[in-house]
Design a protein around this ligand. Structure first.
Ligand SMILES: [Zn+2]
Length: 308
């Protein structure tokens, strides 16, 4: 019997990049850099989809209306902007709306096809009434809440393996008993005021591949004993990498490959859809950064070929 090849659903918008000065830790071109890299290497394996602007009523489920209005009207004060730590621009405003819808679209395609990947997302520091740490709106909370509100799923697991804890996601999602947040992060880095989610594992700085991957495997086993989510939203942050500018782990590129393979393989074997977002990754070398973020896509392409 011949297998029908199903290209991987990849969600991207050409307006995701933001203008950021070169000295800033955040690489403003990383979305188009990654997308260009994926197109060059895997074009025939991708089904590219574009998000539209979100329904504001949906956004009000997870962010305070005053905060949304301030963003829409370019009225964030210096105090708000200092917490976000990105230069304000019309593009930043526009892409913040597009990106949350991008993660929701990714999740909807994951429900259909078992797996889908967003060339963006992972804005996990955004809180209910303010943005924080490069994050304006919280795409993971937005997606989890709206999937439930639209009756597409009953429960959601947000698996956050960025080196930084997704404090905003935990804060917003704690009001929803059917959203489970699991974070494996550095206990000694931003945000220093750690939140208490459903499952939190703080690891020491300088951790290397062996201990880290052992922890990920154990965490997946523990999750399996406790819940069967209808979908997983996976923040595949690559700031766990040894040379990341803002991370403090010592994980190799091979270690990131193994982590993403272990996570995708685990949930696909359990027949649970998984939607991935890129999360954090910081480097002045834009080619290397694009390659690092492409690891999750490479694993998804490879594994999605075995689904059909
Ligand atoms: Zn991070």
């Amino acid at each position: 019997m011949s297998r029908k090849f199903q290209p991987l659903s990849v969600i991207y918008h050409e307006n995701y990049d933001i203008p950021v000065p070169k000295i800033h830790s955040f690489v403003g071109s990383k979305f188009s850099d990654l997308f260009a890299y994926l197109q060059k290497k895997y074009a025939s394996s991708l089904n590219v989809l574009t998000p539209s602007l979100p329904n504001l009523e949906n956004l009000e489920q997870i962010h305070h209306l005053d905060y949304i209005n301030k963003i829409q009207q370019n009225k964030l004060t210096k105090d708000y902007l200092r917490l976000i730590n990105l230069p304000w621009s019309n593009r930043l405003r526009e892409r913040s709306f597009l990106e949350i819808e991008g993660t929701l679209l990714t999740a909807k395609h994951a429900i259909k096809n078992k797996i889908a990947c967003h060339v963006g997302g992972g804005t996990h520091h955004a809180h209910f009434s303010y943005g924080y740490g490069f994050c304006i709106f919280n795409d993971l909370a937005y997606t989890a809440v709206n999937l439930i509100e639209e009756n597409l799923v009953k429960n959601v697991l947000v698996l956050d393996l960025d080196v930084h804890q997704g404090d905003g996601t935990i804060d917003i999602c704690q009001n929803y008993p059917s959203i489970y947040t699991c974070s494996v992060h550095s206990k000694d880095s931003f945000p220093f005021d750690k939140k208490k989610g459903w499952m939190d594992i703080g690891l020491p700085a300088e951790i290397s591949d062996f201990e880290y991957l052992k922890t990920i495997e154990q965490t997946l086993r523990t999750i399996k004993e406790k819940i069967t989510p209808d979908i997983v939203l996976y923040d595949a942050g690559v700031d766990i990498y040894a040379n990341d500018k803002l991370g403090n782990f010592k994980i190799s590129l091979e270690g990131i490959h193994k982590r993403d393979h272990i996570v995708l393989d685990h949930f696909l074997n359990r027949n649970i859809p998984i939607a991935t977002v890129i999360g954090g990754g910081y480097s002045k070398n834009i080619d290397e950064l694009a390659k690092r973020h492409s690891i999750i896509f490479e694993n998804a392409i490879q594994l999605s070929k075995s689904i059909y």
